[in-house]
Write a protein that binds this ligand. Structure first.
Ligand SMILES: *[C@@H]1O[C@H](CO)[C@@H](O)[C@H](O)[C@H]1NC(C)=O
Length: 546
């Protein structure tokens, strides 16, 4: 089991190693020649700027298109990551060292260098691709809680190689986007200026860049699938409801691993964090705080950002920096937009891991009593809830350890008295409930598929934790082939590994289920678990989004 984890670690450490046999591989964009690096099978063009640097007066502004390229450019190294919120994770005693390493490498490992000038894009193509190839395109949006992360953490090369092997070649694209306060500043001031959700706007600019340039690499701009994990999957989901569902032809399908339209409310809900940053940088009393924040030195601003709550702090998934309804790009609570039918009408896949909440419950292990659990939920997830609603949540997510997450592990994995309970609640509130709601609302109206990853269940304390399905797609699992099929034909079925994946419908809410079982690694189950609890959660969060 742990050798598999070591493979994950390798993902973060090895990166895109220098190729022993590079050969010239050029692409012409405007009047510039970009040279990439070839392995013989695939060619990588890395670190291409796709927007103007969001620095100086462009900080906290919409991304601006890049002017036409000129000259000769070596596109052989990834660009710097966007500013990362610094991690401080309270890891408990008794976690296996592999797990600690994995988490540490995910959250802490220097995704360096980082720079405010970070809006670059990577394109990986089959080496035989030419400007007439018209290949479908998979656009990867990385996760990291909208606070950290980088495309450099993931190597798309093996996926492109596998697509060639399957006879369904694809192009892989990944982009940087602004994170934490740099990308998701939220307040009345931001709302008035029409400058919300800049990180999503960056992704959108990258999608426009793809429309303009991907054919030069051999791609077909009409065959773009957006795809991501965690914050990346939530991003893909939000692109489906952004602009009231008008996707502007930027993509034709979406593939979401652990992320669906989330219940977030008005952008002014982020005011407290905006005010904290303004205060710490000395901008509070400025007549125009936003202009002031634009003028403070990078290091000062970054320090202030690092003092705001982080995904592995006590409030965990009740994120400080997160997309919110800005009135322009996201006109309402994303779940409301789904309910109103303001959704891009494209085929989509959205699935989750079985134990989405465990990793995040490591941050709140000192919640040990029923009363503390109740206070925690009220404070961070349901500030508007009534006593009756909280009573109901307490009943639907009982303190019975055999009902908690990691699910199906009986009396095991009780790291602290409320750990499994809070893990169950957090996983459902942020992942399972939004996923099921999205599917229930849209199945029958557009093509929908869903999955549940129950792999790595035996990992102590964490079970099939958030992020564990990355193995299945980046390290040669069935998910990789389902993805390649979907990107080619808007249907996950076809070539390669895995069983037939039936659509998700209201009458038959099918979940392709990935198991540890060697005889039955993939089965079909029904999306009927915790029905009452999840529908109540949806009801409450829809009425009072975060
Ligand atoms: C747990 O620790 C955090 C951070 O130190 C603190 O803010 C919180 O109040 C504590 N919660 C409980 C229930 O003791």
């Amino acid at each position: 089991m742990f050798s598999v984890l070591q493979v994950v670690l390798a993902l973060f450490i090895v990166q895109t190693a220098a190729n022993p046999l590079p050969r010239a591989n050029n692409v012409i964009l405007d009047s510039a020649t970009f040279t990439g690096t070839s392995t013989g099978k695939v060619t990588k063009f890395l670190g291409i700027p796709y927007a103007q640097p969001p620095t100086g007066d462009r900080r906290f502004r919409l991304p601006e298109p890049i002017p036409p390229y000129t000259g000769t450019v070596q596109a052989t190294a990834s660009g710097p990551s966007c500013p990362q919120q610094s991690a401080h994770l309270p890891l408990p005693e008794g976690l296996p060292s592999d797990i600690v390493d994995l988490i540490a490498n995910t959250a802490y490992k220097a995704i360096f260098p980082e720079s405010e000038d970070c809006l670059s894009i990577n394109v990986i193509v089959p080496s035989t691709a030419t400007p007439t190839s018209k290949l479908p395109v998979a656009v990867w949006i990385f996760g990291g809680g909208f606070e950290l992360g980088s495309p450099n953490m993931y190597d798309g090369g093996p996926i492109v190689e596998r697509s060639i092997q399957l006879g369904e070649p694809v192009i892989y694209v990944s982009m940087n986007y602004r994170l934490n306060a740099f990308g998701f500043l939220a307040s009345q001031e931001v709302k008035d200026a029409g400058l919300g959700n800049l990180g999503l706007q960056d992704q959108r600019e990258a999608l426009r860049w793809i429309q303009k340039y991907i054919s030069s690499f051999g791609g077909d701009p009409t065959k773009v699938t957006i795809w991501g994990e965690s914050a990346g999957a939530i991003s893909a989901a939000l692109h489906m409801v952004a602009n009231d569902g008008n996707h502007e032809g930027l993509f034709r399908g979406a593939f979401m691993q652990s992320g669906s339209p989330i219940p977030v409310g008005d952008i002014t809900h982020g005011q407290v964090y905006y005010d904290a940053i303004a205060a710490e940088t000395g901008c509070s009393s400025a007549s125009d705080t936003l202009a002031c924040l634009r003028s403070v030195p990078y290091a000062t601003l970054k320090t202030a950002v690092d003092h705001t709550p982080f995904i592995f702090d006590y409030q965990s998934l009740a994120l400080a920096w997160i997309p919110r309804a800005d009135g322009v790009f996201l006109t309402d609570n994303p779940q409301k937009l789904v309910q109103d039918g303001k959704v891009a009408n494209v085929p989509f896949i959205t699935g989750d891991c079985d134990d989405e909440g465990t990793l995040f419950s490591l941050a709140n292990l000192n919640v040990t009593t029923n009363a503390q659990f109740r206070t925690y939920i009220k404070t961070f997830y349901m500030p508007q809830s009534t006593d009756a609603e909280l009573d109901q949540i307490m009943n639907l997510y009982p303190s019975d350890i055999t009902k908690g997450s990691p699910f199906g592990t009986g009396i095991l994995n009780v790291l602290s008295p409320q750990f499994k309970r809070l893990a169950a609640f957090q996983g459902d509130a942020v992942f399972q409930a939004p996923r099921r709601f999205f599917l229930e609302q849209r199945s029958g109206k557009q093509s929908t598929w869903s999955f549940l990853s129950k792999r790595l269940k035996g990992i102590p304390l964490l079970g099939s934790f958030h992020f564990s399905d990355i193995l299945n797609v980046y390290f040669g699992g069935e998910m990789e082939d389902y993805l390649i099929n979907f990107v080619n034909k808007l249907d996950p079925n076809g070539e390669g590994r895995g069983i037939n994946w039936p659509k998700y419908t209201t009458s038959s809410p099918n979940l392709v289920t990935f198991n540890d079982n060697l005889l039955f690694p993939v089965t079909i189950s029904q999306d009927t678990f915790r029905t009452e609890a999840i529908s109540f959660l949806t009801e409450v969060t829809l009425a009072n989004p975060l």
